[in-house]
Design a protein around this ligand. Structure first.
Ligand SMILES: Nc1ncnc2c1ncn2[C@@H]1O[C@H](COP(=O)(O)OP(=O)(O)OP(=O)(O)O)[C@@H](O)[C@H]1O
Length: 276
C-alpha cells in the first residue's frame, strides 16, 4: 500500500520541522491586529482593524544575537512583544525553547516567561527601590529560592559592573547605569532569551558602545539568545549576527551580517541600510 500524508499531516510537518533543533525562538505565521479608532467623518467601510504584523515566520537560533529593524511603525516592537506574549498574536504559533506559549495556561505562561528577560528603552526601574532591590524583586516574583537571592543579585551586578552601586536609587544613576540595572534584573533568573526594545535609544554614543559590549559579553559568557529592536543601524552592525528587515508590518527578508556589513537583497532593505 502506498502511504500518502494527509493535508493535516503536511501542515504539522511544516509547523514543526521547518526549523532546526537548535532554534531557540520560532514564530510560525504570527499575525497581530489592533482595533483602529475611526476618526470623525471617516467612511462607513473604513476597516475596523489595523494589521501591525502581517503573517510572519522566523526562526532564531540558540545563542544568536538577532536584530529587528525597519522604519517607524514597521511593527518591530509589536513583533518583539509577540515573543513573550506581552502582545498575544491573533493567529500563528510562538515557540520559545520548544514550548508552544499560546497553549499555556495563564499560570504556566507566567512560569515560562521567567525564561524570557526583557529590557526597555526607558529602563522601567522602580524609583523607590535601590539597585539591589530592583534586581532582587525580579528574583522574588520568579520564585527564586530566597536564601540564594542575595548571592544571585551580587553576581548579576558584578556581570554589569555595578556592585558599587547596589545601595543607590535609580535617580542617582546615569542612563547607562540604569540600563545596566535593567540588564542585571532581566538576566537574574537565568533566562535563555533576552528581549531588548530600543535599549540604547536614550543613551549617548559612548554609553551605547559600552552597553553593547556588556550585551555581547552576556551573550558570549551566558549563551543567552538576544533579540533587539533598534532604529540605529550602527547597533545592528556592531552587535547582531542577523537582522530581520521589516516594512509596514511585513518581513521583507532576514539579512546576514558579516564584517560589520549588512547584506540585504530587497530594494527596500537596501534603502533602509543606506539611509541610516
Ligand atoms: N496597542 C496598540 N493599539 C493600536 N495600534 C498599535 C498598538 N501598538 C502598536 N500599534 C500600531 O502598530 C504599528 C506598529 O507599531 P510598533 O510600535 O510595533 O512599530 P515600530 O516599528 O516599533 O515603530 P517605532 O520605531 O516608531 O517604535 C504602528 O502603526 C502603531 O501605531
Amino acid at each position: 500500500m502506498v502511504y500518502l500524508p494527509t493535508a493535516g499531516m503536511m501542515t504539522y510537518f511544516l509547523l514543526y520541522f521547518e526549523h532546526s533543533m537548535n532554534d531557540m525562538i520560532v514564530l510560525n505565521e504570527v499575525t497581530k491586529r489592533f482595533a483602529s479608532t475611526p476618526t470623525k467623518g471617516s467612511p462607513a467601510d473604513t476597516p475596523r482593524y489595523f494589521t501591525a504584523v502581517e503573517p510572519t515566520s522566523l526562526a532564531i537560533k540558540q545563542g544568536e544575537i538577532f536584530g529587528l529593524m525597519g522604519y517607524s511603525g514597521a511593527g518591530k516592537s509589536t513583533l518583539l512583544r509577540l515573543i513573550n506574549l506581552l502582545e498575544r498574536p491573533n493567529s500563528g504559533q510562538v515557540l520559545v525553547d520548544g514550548v508552544d506559549l499560546m497553549r499555556l495556561s495563564a499560570s504556566d505562561l507566567r512560569i515560562a516567561r521567567h525564561n524570557i528577560g526583557m529590557i526597555f528603552q526607558q529602563f522601567n526601574l522602580m524609583s523607590n527601590r535601590t539597585v539591589f532591590e530592583n534586581v532582587a524583586f525580579n528574583l522574588t516574583v520568579s520564585g527564586y529560592p530566597s536564601a540564594q537571592i542575595h548571592k544571585r543579585v551580587m553576581e548579576c551586578l558584578e556581570i554589569v559592573d555595578l556592585t558599587d552601586r547596589a545601595s543607590h536609587y535609580p535617580a542617582q544613576l546615569s542612563g547607562g547605569q540604569k540600563q545596566r540595572v535593567g540588564i542585571a534584573r532581566a538576566i537574574a533568573p537565568n533566562p535563555k532569551v533576552l528581549l531588548a526594545d530600543e535599549p540604547t535609544s536614550a543613551l549617548d554614543p559612548a554609553t551605547t558602545r559600552s552597553l553593547l559590549t556588556c550585551l555581547r559579553d552576556i551573550n558570549a559568557k551566558l549563551g543567552v539568545t538576544i533579540v533587539i529592536v533598534t532604529h540605529e543601524m550602527s547597533v545592528i552592525r556592531r552587535l547582531c549576527d542577523r537582522v530581520a528587515l521589516l516594512h509596514k508590518g511585513a518581513l521583507l527578508e532576514v539579512a546576514d551580517i558579516a564584517d560589520g556589513q549588512i547584506h540585504a537583497n530587497t530594494e527596500i532593505g537596501q534603502r533602509l541600510i543606506v539611509e541610516d
